[in-house]
Each structure stands twice: as structure tokens, then as C-alpha cells.
Design a protein. Structure first.
Length: 512
């Protein structure tokens, strides 16, 4: 049993973490987190839907016809700091001295592909003019120019973009202006997440950046509102300290900082299920802050979102009808069979072999449990080598088979059968979700009841030169939604435009 000091107790209280939660983390480290058990890769015809152009038009029309009666929210995980995006540039500042080496010699010596792309595309970055205005022509070589450019971009006393949240960096350059991802999300929101002239967006951000986001909304909001004719309701939340996870040493004892305090670490994006749980709407679109395209692709992106929302509304309509029948006690043998087939065919729910031999009352209870769940429609793009969670049929520890979004770290790559299933995956999820979080009575589900705690991650880290183990919570669109009813739909590649590295801004999808 772990002995907690008075100082430990106060630390837990200040974070809002229960002692039982901390002990649960320790137990997870001791037991480990099992690999998932893949049954099959979800592919078109077996877990992923693909619609014809005509079907897509019909779904878009269906969604548009319902819009005026819908309460819609766009939920944007936006906590990401830009420092990771500039990792290659920070390394370049440390590794290169323009006084001692030409840029060409540096590139040949290091084979630094990121800096090669960065320097070749310098004038195509949306911040090029702003940086050049600051550094002027005070350089004598290409190497010195690139070095001074990067130093101005990242310097503490310069633009300091490494401190910025990703959402507030200039991503796109238009004829007379640049646009941040925040602004692009506002524009997008008007196209598919607005109703009756209003659009509501919720951004999860770091507390230290709240003022910066507020300033950006004051600067860009009125112009976007004027251009789109839409009024915006924008609010924010922070990742809660109570979702931080304990770090342990290699003996599974709490890892202690040099001052004796216990080390807690942010629990990853899975912590945001708490933030999502505090939101309520008929439909919630979820999309990462850095996944925005230039406006020439906006209609294609919006149409794709409307297709997903159309699927959601159609399936939810039928699910609500069946859920009401079950509650009224009007389900005879034929209706029970209808509901079972709907759940299996439309919502990808799988039933145990014993289901058919159970009594009617037991069947009704099982059906009630299966149908009264939040629903997520997840866009899936064809896998072209980009990293991301993949769609799979998975069997959990209770023998239940379901559709899940699984990261490669959750798969036992030493198991040849599991590795082969991974190779068969044809699609991946670009964090493109449309969610329904209410039951047929309009009551919001408690989303925390649908999390699979066994889908977290344990990773090795170091601090102060000592090894430690860190715990990441089940991902927001992975294990945190494991027990939702799930539908996967193929969406076009134009909907996937993440910026993980600064050089991604040179891709066509980010060039206006």
C-alpha cells in the first residue's frame, strides 16, 4: 500500500485528484495495459461505408433540410503547442553556424530534409513577408538569410512562434491577408455547423493562451461574420488538472520531483472527454485545430461533413423510434428481431451466440443497453502513409466484438497474425467525427460511462536523468469512445490537411 504524506494529500486536493484515482493509476502500471485483440481490418463492405455521388447528394440534402431545427456545436481540440511543429527549426538553430559553413554544406553534411524543404519554399510561407520585414536585407549568404529567418520566427524576443498555440499561427496566405487555423475554423463553421444564422464553436485550449485566443476572435471574428453572414458564439475550456496522470519509477512507486512532490503529467487528448462531456447539442462536429484547408477546398470539406451528419441523423431517427418502443414495452418477437437487425446492420453492433436463446425480457434489456448509447460517425480516408488511428473490428476482454479506432502502439507487433491484420488496413481516421450525445428523450448521456479504461497507453520517459513510466488516458476518439455506437464512412483526402511540421504548410492544400 502506498503511504501518502500530508504534502501528497494537499497536492492531490489542489489538483482535484482522488486518492483512489491515483491508486488506480498505480494498479494500471502494475498490471500493464494489454494489447488489443484485432479480429479484422475494417474495409469497404465490412465496416466502412462508401457512398455514390447520388447517395452523397441525398444525404447532404437530408442534413440541410433538418438544419433549422438543430442545435449544432463544432468542438475543436486546440491545446497543441506549436513547439513540436517547429522541432526541426529549433534543431537547425542549434546545429548550424552560418559564419562557419554554407547552407549547402550543412545540408550535405546532415541530410536535413526538413531544412532543405523549408529553405526551398521560404517565400511560400504565410509568414514570409512579416519575417522579412523584421530582418531586412542584413545577410550576406543564403545560409545567413535562412538562419536569421528561423531565429526571428522562433526567438523569445522576436515573433516567438514556438510559444504560440498552433491555432493562432498564420497558416494560409491569401491575396491581401493571412489566416490562422482559428479563423479558418470560423469560416468552415459557417458552411456546415451553422443554423439560423448562428454558429457555435468550442475550443479546448491551454489556460495561458486564453487572452491570445480572445484577441484573435476580436480581430478576425467581425470580418468573418461580415463575409459569411453568420453570428458566432465562441467559448473555451481547459484540460482539467484532475485528468493529469501519475508517473511512477521503474518499481511502480510514485515518481518524485527533486522537491519531493509527486510527478503528475497531462493525460493526453483522452482527457478532453471530460470537456466534451460538459457540452450539449443535437450534433457535435469534432475536428483538430490544425486540420484546415484553404478556402478553395472549403465546399468539398463542408459537403463531406454534411454527408457524415446526414448519416448520423438518418440512423439516429430510426434508433430513437426503436428505443421508444422498447421503453413502452411494445416489443414482440418480430420487433425484437427488427431492432436486433437494425443494430447489427446499421450500427455495427455484434451479439453473442446466446442472444437468441434468451427470454424476451432479457433480450429487451440487452437491446436497451445496446441502443441507448451515444453515436459517432467517423470519416475514414484512404491510407497513403500518413500516421493516424486505423479502423478495425476488435474483440475486448468480455468477448464483445465492435468497431474501434486503434493506434499502432495498441497492437502487438510481435504477434504475426495481429501484424498481418494491421497490414490489411486500407484507411485511417483523420479525427473527423460527427457525434450525437442525447437519447431519444433529449437527455444527454454521461459520456464518461462509455470509456474503455483498458485502451490507455504506458510509455517510457526520463526526468532529471531518471527513468519513469507515464500513463496516457484512452484517446478522445479511441478508447474514450470505445462503447459508443460507431459507423465508419469513407471521406475524400481533401478533408485531411494536418500540419504536424512547419513544412506541411508548403503542401498544395495550404497554398491559396
Amino acid at each position: 500500500m502506498i503511504e501518502l504524506t500530508e504534502k501528497d494529500q494537499k497536492q492531490l486536493e489542489s489538483k482535484g485528484i482522488y486518492k483512489e484515482t491515483m491508486l488506480g493509476h498505480i494498479q494500471t502500471f502494475k498490471e500493464g495495459i494489454p494489447f488489443v485483440n484485432l479480429e479484422n481490418a475494417a474495409v469497404i463492405g465490412n465496416g466502412i461505408l462508401k457512398f455514390s455521388d447520388e447517395e452523397e447528394k441525398e444525404l447532404i440534402s437530408f442534413y440541410d433540410s433538418k438544419l433549422k431545427d438543430l442545435d449544432i456545436l463544432k468542438f475543436v481540440p486546440a491545446s497543441g503547442a506549436a513547439s513540436r511543429m517547429f522541432k526541426a527549426l529549433f534543431a537547425f538553430l542549434n546545429a548550424y553556424d552560418p559564419n562557419n559553413e554554407t547552407l549547402q554544406a550543412y545540408l550535405e553534411r546532415t541530410n536535413d530534409k526538413d531544412i532543405l524543404k523549408f529553405s526551398a519554399g521560404l517565400e511560400r510561407f504565410p509568414f514570409y513577408d512579416k519575417v522579412m520585414e523584421s530582418i531586412g536585407a542584413s545577410f550576406e549568404s543564403e545560409g545567413e538569410k535562412v538562419y536569421k529567418f528561423v531565429a526571428e520566427l522562433l526567438g523569445d524576443n522576436a515573433l516567438n512562434y514556438g510559444f504560440y498555440p498552433k491555432g493562432l499561427l498564420p497558416f494560409h496566405k491569401y491575396a491581401n491577408s493571412t489566416a490562422t487555423p482559428f479563423e479558418e475554423h470560423l469560416k468552415e463553421g459557417a458552411l456546415y455547423a451553422g443554423s439560423n444564422g448562428k454558429a457555435k464553436l468550442h475550443f479546448t485550449i491551454s489556460e495561458q493562451h486564453e487572452q491570445m485566443f480572445g484577441d484573435e476572435f476580436k480581430a478576425s471574428g467581425p470580418k468573418v461574420s461580415s463575409d459569411t453572414g453568420v453570428t458566432y458564439d465562441v467559448d473555451y475550456s481547459f484540460q482539467k488538472a484532475s485528468t493529469d496522470t501519475l508517473a511512477v519509477d521503474m518499481n511502480n512507486e510514485p515518481f518524485r520531483n527533486e522537491d519531493g512532490s509527486v510527478l503528475f503529467r497531462p493525460g493526453g487528448h483522452g482527457a478532453l472527454i471530460q470537456n466534451l462531456n460538459e457540452q450539449d447539442a443535437d450534433i457535435i462536429f469534432i475536428k483538430n485545430i490544425d486540420n484546415v484547408a484553404v478556402m478553395k477546398d472549403a465546399k468539398a470539406v463542408a459537403d463531406s461533413k454534411k454527408v457524415l451528419a446526414g448519416v448520423l441523423l438518418k440512423e439516429q431517427e430510426k434508433a430513437f423510434e426503436f428505443a421508444a418502443l422498447l421503453d413502452k414495452g411494445e416489443a414482440d418477437d418480430a420487433i425484437i428481431e427488427d431492432i436486433k437487425n437494425f443494430l447489427k446492420t446499421n450500427l455495427n453492433v455484434r451479439f453473442s451466440e446466446e442472444f437468441d436463446s434468451k427470454s424476451n425480457s432479457d433480450k429487451v434489456n440487452i437491446l436497451k443497453d445496446k441502443i441507448n448509447r451515444p453515436i459517432r460517425i467517423c470519416g475514414m480516408v484512404k491510407n497513403e502513409g500518413e500516421p493516424g488511428g486505423g479502423p478495425f473490428w476488435v474483440t475486448n476482454s468480455k468477448g464483445e466484438v465492435s468497431l474501434q479506432i486503434i493506434e499502432s502502439a495498441q497492437i502487438d507487433m510481435n504477434n504475426s497474425q495481429q501484424a498481418d491484420i494491421l497490414k490489411n488496413a486500407t484507411h485511417f481516421n483523420p479525427v473527423d467525427l460527427v457525434c450525437a450525445v442525447r437519447n431519444y428523450k433529449g437527455e444527454k448521456y454521461d459520456l464518461l460511462k462509455f470509456v474503455d479504461e483498458k485502451q490507455g497507453f504506458i510509455t517510457g520517459k526520463t526526468k532529471d536523468g531518471k527513468e519513469l513510466k507515464a500513463l496516457e488516458l484512452p484517446g478522445l476518439w479511441n478508447g474514450a469512445m470505445a462503447f459508443w455506437n460507431t459507423i465508419f464512412v469513407e471521406v475524400p483526402l481533401v478533408t485531411f490537411n494536418p500540419v504536424k511540421s512547419v513544412v506541411d504548410l508548403l503542401k498544395d492544400s495550404h497554398q491559396a
